[in-house]
Design a protein around this ligand. Structure first.
Ligand code: APR
Length: 233
């Protein structure tokens, strides 16, 4: 039997139980930092040292963090399903948990990018990018992050993958940031959809949506059992 395609769309809440702060919860990162000072191209032009420091701190935290049980349960789904993760997260915890197909919409903290050629992307082994660190063309390196106001190069690919989903699971995103938040609207009406998040959502207009009001770990424990029965009745 052909494996069913599960698309998992994750946000910051996916990694919350690994100790990585979300952005918009109380105590979240955007309470501590101003987006326009650390996460836009203008911020980079005005104060690259501050922007580098902000992302260096994020990288340090990610390197110290471990995948949680929810990342592991998502990876385990691969045993029986064709699983595509589409994540807004810049961490590599899905990959470290064993997920093979992971599309990052907002970049990857463990990579740097040339400031003269966006196709020049390099893996990072250390936590720090410093002023003076350069690409092979001699230009300053920046974090490989999609900042606010920048295009989301992987969005078309994400839409294509989402249109093919037999099951769509959203985990730990406030669905506040576009275009990523549009993905849930791209899923076909008849496709079963699940949303795992401790927060309240008003998404009654979305067809075939089951809301599991729980953390990523608790929600995935419940859902991974259900999924097997749904896909292989
Ligand atoms: N398990 C699951 N969900 C959780 C948990 C948890 N343990 N803790 C919090 N959440 C939920 C919150 O209820 C909220 O709905 O995670 C969501 C986090 O929302 P945001 O902080 O807005 O994060 P996200 O949706 O991923 O943000 C999107 O915004 O700042 C940018 O580029 C950044 O990719 C990010 C984008």
């Amino acid at each position: 039997m052909k494996k069913k395609k599960i698309v998992v769309f994750s946000g910051a809440g996916m990694s919350a139980e690994s100790g990585i702060k979300t952005f918009r919860d109380s105590g979240g990162l955007w309470e501590e930092f101003k987006i326009e000072e650390v996460a836009t191209f203008d911020a980079w032009l005005k104060n690259p040292a501050l922007v580098l420091d902000f992302y260096n701190q994020r990288r340090k935290q990610v390197m110290e963090a471990k995948p949680n049980k929810a990342h592991e349960l998502v990876a385990e789904l691969q045993k029986t399903h064709d699983v595509q993760v589409i994540t807004q997260n810049i961490d590599d915890l899905h990959e470290r948990a064993g997920s093979k197909k992971v599309l990052h919409l907002h970049g990857e903290i463990m990579k740097s990018q040339s400031t003269v050629n966006s196709h020049l992307i390099y893996p990072l082994k250390h936590w720090e990018i410093k002023l003076g660190d350069t690409c092979e063309k001699g230009a300053q390196l920046r974090p490989y992050i999609v900042w606010f106001g920048e295009a989301v190069p992987e969005m078309d690919k994400a839409i294509e993958l989402t249109e093919e989903a037999d099951v769509f699971i959203t985990i730990g995103t406030s669905l506040n940031v576009y275009p990523a938040a549009n993905l849930i609207h791209v899923v076909q009406n008849h496709v079963p959809k699940y949303l795992i998040d401790p927060n309240e959502f008003n998404l009654d207009y979305i067809k075939n949506l089951t809301v599991i009001k729980a953390t990523a770990v608790e929600g995935m424990k419940v859902l991974s059992k259900q999924l097997h029965e749904l896909v292989y009745p």
